[in-house]
Write a protein that binds this ligand. Sequence first.
Ligand code: PMP
Length: 423
Amino acid sequence: DPCCAAPLPVLGRDVTVPLVTGGEVTYAALDYAASAPALQRVWDDVAAYAPYYGSVHRGAGYLSQLSTDLFENSRVTVAEFLDCRPGDQVVFTRSTTDSLNLLAATLPADCQVFVFETEHHASLLPWRDARVTYLNAPRTPEQAVATLERALADRDPYGPALVCVTGASNVTGELWPVKELAAAAHAHGARIVLDAAQLAPHHPVSVQELDVDWIAFSGHKLYAPFGSGVLAGRADWLQDSEPYLAGGGASRKVARRADGGVDVEWHTTAARHEAGSPNVIGVYSIASACKALTEAGFDSLVERERHLIAEVRQGLAEVPEVRVLSLFGDDAPRVGVISFVVEGWNSSHFAAALSAEYGIGVRDGLFCAHPLVRTLLGSDPQDPGECGAPEAAPGERSLNAIRVSFGAGTPDEHVERFVGAVK
Ligand code: PMP
């Protein structure tokens, strides 16, 4: 059935690409989980602002003042979009990866970190200088909560602790029980950071309702591909730590000392971690995307996406050689991110054929979540292996997977073409 709501206008809808079979076809962007196309509205807002571009926090001229206002108002828009608590800080970064590395740089001494092995590498790796406990892959959301509870019960109850968890998997699209994990973390005196890179583009996210301490996401997955990201949440750890980057903008006062050194007084606002001239276009584009998604209404976005997910999953289920990868099972709630393998096919060849023969852009590989994908494929999660896999003969296991992902700008025709191509 055609869905009730129309897709949101995005750039690239009319781009045509050549086919190896001859002729050309409009490009079907089905790799939103890597980077989503820009919303037309975001592009228009940025274009309207571009002539007024000026330095932020660094100039007395009218356009500098205007750009500074735009930058600071974007902070307010993002805080509203995330339903932050009063007193939370919104720090602008380059990406989710940058946001989580920033938070890792603010960990109090002796902080214990708990992270599931199933995380994207951006959530898995920044904590390696801390005392990290890697938790085994759960096979149900309830098991995830129980696993975390057990690990936290064993921890040093007096020291600081942080849990890092994804909201929606970039491999299976499955939603994680964030609210329950946050409750478990807090019951044991730990903090929690939510990796919302794949959640925020698809679902409304409320910091207060989920009761997470921090949240991180990227503009380029939220239809705002201009190089900015967000870390938002509690101010205390952010203010108590050294600045992420040392430089202008982060420092309030700098003076030479009598002994020849330099004394610095750092800002205690978000500016503390935003040294250097900020990416005002990137930041403004995120605020524009937040407004556009809110105005479109997540109810209709979620409903439309549910329809596309059902169409893809049903189509894939009709191909006996296809195996969809899932941690939590068929009934788990999910966003429009679906990974699968095709028996007898090398996943890279399969993805290349979708591009060359049908003009469909998907992704193949291990999706920067190597331990998770290996677990799902049934190969050894500890095997460092190669991403480029040899052809899997019938009955053999693939060593990598194919991922199709979509969102607010995806027309029905793209998923229909994809399902037809796989068949
Ligand atoms: N977390 C998740 C769940 C992701 O999907 C991604 C991007 N694939 C990241 C973090 C990292 O995002 P970025 O590359 O924008 O830093």
